[in-house]
Design a binder for this molecule. Structure first.
Ligand code: ADP
Ligand code: MG
Ligand code: MG
Length: 248
């Protein structure tokens, strides 16, 4: 049974079909790349999976359970984690405080800083451990808003690790990251995937996609053109013609 299954999902907004009959079954532990030109519907697919938008037809299942109509927080509690194309950090808090808040969210507790559990030291130690795992140990007391773009992305991944989701959606994790930070961030994504977590990643940098994923899903005009191994996808004539014109 796939951990995540998308069955004939369509999203119609006004007169526009933004997703058109998309079906995709993702086995547990897979790392799936999602590629396609700008406006293809990649972020919208993540929105429909995570509950930001509701599919107008079709079904989304997590571990066999239908979540199509469930709100974001219910899907998060069921084990779905995601990052956004733009950052979602508390810029005025330290890196450690951000990770602690993420861990609190997972626990379903209060998100106000004053309401941390009494085991504050233990929570802090755990947060610092997650930061060390993504290579941000030296930045644990840094204010999140002051971190470099690459380090912000690493912090977001440390926050995801603290929430320990089973299925993770990463929307353009390399966007705005300097090329010097790319290898380190790839390693952090590998760690995130480690231990059986399933990862779906929208990414334009093809060397990142090819270096990380098991399969690649190709979207174009709201449709899924192909989903296969990187080699098979790159050799697929339909995919090649969709990319003619160079939009990526
Ligand atoms: P991608 O992430 O592949 O670049 P998006 O999923 O962001 O593409 O967008 C796909 C298309 O859907 C675009 O044409 C975009 O303008 C449109 N779109 C996305 N979200 C909405 C929305 N909430 N309302 C109307 N149109 C939307
Ligand atoms: Mg893998
Ligand atoms: Mg997008």
């Amino acid at each position: 049974q796939p951990v995540l299954s998308i069955e004939h999902v369509t999203l119609q907004i006004g007169g526009a079909r933004i997703l058109n009959d998309v079906s995709l079954a993702i086995p547990k532990g897979e790392m799936l790349g999602v590629i396609g030109p700008n406006g293809a519907g990649k972020t919208t697919l993540f929105n429909v999976i995570s509950g930001v938008l509701f599919a107008t037809a079709g079904v989304v299942r997590l571990n066999g359970r239908t979540i199509t109509r469930e709100p974001i927080h219910a899907r998060a509690r069921a084990g779905l984690g995601r990052t956004f194309q733009t950052s979602s950090l508390f810029a005025g808090l330290t890196a450690t405080e951000n990770v602690r808040l993420a861990a609190q969210t997972k626990a379903g507790g209060a998100t106000a800083l004053g309401k941390f559990p009494r085991a504050r030291d233990a929570a802090t130690r755990l947060a610092e451990q997650r930061l060390a795992e993504v290579g941000l140990g030296a930045h644990r007391r840094s204010i999140a808003g002051g971190l470099s773009h690459g380090d912000k992305r690493k912090l977001e991944i440390a926050m995801l690790m603290a929430m320990d989701p089973e299925v993770i959606l990463l929307d353009e994790p390399m966007a705005g990251v300097g090329s010097g930070d790319v290898p380190g961030l790839m390693e952090v994504i590998r760690q995130l995937h480690h231990g059986g977590r399933t990862v779906l990643m929208v990414e334009h940098h093809m060397e990142v996609v090819l270096g990380l994923v098991d399969r690649v899903a190709v979207m174009h005009h709201g449709e899924l053109l192909a989903c296969d191994t990187p080699d098979a996808v790159m050799g697929n004539p339909t995919v090649q013609s969709a990319y003619l014109g160079g939009a990526a």
